[in-house]
Ligand binder design. Structure first.
Ligand code: NAD
Length: 397
């Protein structure tokens, strides 16, 4: 039974600007009024949500939130070893522990590109809401091995769009990325700007997903929101990403790599803020929208390293290396649209987020014996075999 909230949430122009003291603001104020006309009522009733990539960092956090608030969750994950599979098992273990003998959670292991496997899941579970987080993530590994990105990201997303349309899904929300802004000349990224110059296969795959999603909306009227996440970090974060790696390596007295002069800056978004933005998007079946989900302000690499040193309590050993191909020197989200249309507002400052992540790291390492070896996981080492590798292996046999 679907119930719809009768009152609309609307953030006024005044509320927005008066609540943003001290934060970077979008100078392009005229765009805002057109957003308010596209606001949709949030759906507040029970949902069964298919969460792809639900064993991963963001997917498992969304699944936990949905289960906590009383929704049913169907997880599909192939458990690839892009990073330590034990971490994914631990994410799923946490869910099954928190919701024991709960018939509201189903978990399927397999590739989202496997058509008969996915048809069975849609036919058995009949989810009307899709939160598609499964993908090969990471910019640098995608340059070394683009094919696996084309498979999981482009083919996988097409498969889900196709089945979502055939099985009458009410809302399809999926993870895009701030990487699509790679070729952009601006440093304050708005959804309105052209992102036709992606600088890595990963970015190109996410842009391709956005285009395919638009096509499915156009052809079949599927409701779709594409979410461009800006560097997500926090407890249970990905070990191939700088926030986890820096905290881990500085804690263990190991050298960290600083690419460039330290002035490059990123918009780092704490996991609870991203989950909040995803949930707001799931609840609001927009026709076709792209939303930036970030904090809305950047932190330089130097500031980042200083904060890690401060909260870990150890001086970092830094090796300075040249910038890497595919990396974007500055990322900062213009979150005006998400604020206007979703009521989204990031709440966790970068320092607060680092403090919470360090606390989690210390707790895991000291009391639960965190089993991480990021050295073997960065830059695609330790990932599953690519199609190229698989093909060459097969042809040898
Ligand atoms: P993650 O690697 O922790 O989670 C992705 C999950 O998808 C993994 O558990 C993996 O096993 C699964 N998966 C990958 N290919 C699959 C396939 N073909 N079939 C089934 N399962 C598959 O990554 P994350 O950080 O949680 O990212 C979630 C989503 O958000 C991804 O789409 C990613 O591209 C996007 N994103 C993440 C960030 C970030 O900072 N973490 C930033 C921008 C975008």
């Amino acid at each position: 039974m679907i119930s719809v909230l009768s009152t609309r949430f609307r953030t006024t122009y005044f509320d927005y600007f008066s609540s943003q003291e001290g934060q970077d603001l979008n100078p392009n104020k005229t765009i805002m009024s057109s957003y308010s006309q596209r606001i949709v009522d949030p759906h507040v009733g029970y949902k069964k949500v298919l969460v792809t990539g639900g064993a991963g960092f963001i997917g498992s956090s969304v699944a936990e939130y949905l289960l906590e608030r009383g929704d049913d969750v169907v997880i599909v994950d192939e458990m690839n070893d892009y990073y330590d599979v034990e971490l994914k098992r631990a994410n799923l273990g946490r869910l099954t522990e928190r919701f024991p003998k709960c018939d509201r959670l189903s978990i399927y292991f397999g590739d989202i590109c496997d058509e008969s496997f996915m048809i069975k899941i849609f036919a058995t579970e009949n989810p009307k809401w899709v939160c598609h987080m499964a993908a090969r993530a990471g910019v640098r590994p995608s340059i070394a091995d683009p094919y696996v990105y084309i498979h999981s990201n482009i083919k996988g997303t097409t498969q889900l769009l196709e089945l979502s349309h055939k099985f009458g899904v009410l809302n399809f929300v999926f993870a895009s990325s701030s990487s699509v802004y790679g070729g952009s000349r601006s440093t304050f990224f708005s959804e309105n700007e052209s992102v036709d110059s992606p600088v890595s296969p990963y970015a190109a795959s996410k842009k391709a997903c956005e285009l395919l999603a638009y096509t499915y909306h156009h052809l079949y009227g599927l409701n779709i929101s594409a979410l461009r996440f800006f560097t997500v970090y926090g407890p249970r974060g990905r070990p191939d990403m700088a926030p986890f790696k820096f905290i881990d390596r500085v804690s263990r007295g190991l050298e960290i790599q600083q690419f460039g002069d330290g002035l490059s800056s990123r918009d780092y978004t704490y996991i609870s803020d991203i989950v909040d933005g995803i949930i707001r998007s799931i609840d609001r079946p927009h026709k076709y929208e792209i939303f930036n989900l970030g904090k809305g302000s950047g932190t330089s690499l130097k500031e980042f390293i200083d904060l890690v040193q401060k909260h870990v309590g150890t001086r970092a050993i830094i090796s300075v290396l040249p910038n890497q191909p595919g990396d974007i020197p500055y990322t900062c989200a213009d979150v005006t649209k998400a604020q206007e249309m979703l009521g989204y507002r990031a709440k966790v400052s970068f320092e607060e987020g680092i403090v919470k992540t360090v606390e989690w790291y210390n707790d895991e390492r000291e009391s639960k014996g965190l089993r991480i070896c990021p050295e073997t996981q960065a830059n695609g080492i330790g990932r599953a075999a690519s199609f190229t590798e698989l093909t060459s292996l097969t042809s040898q046999n």
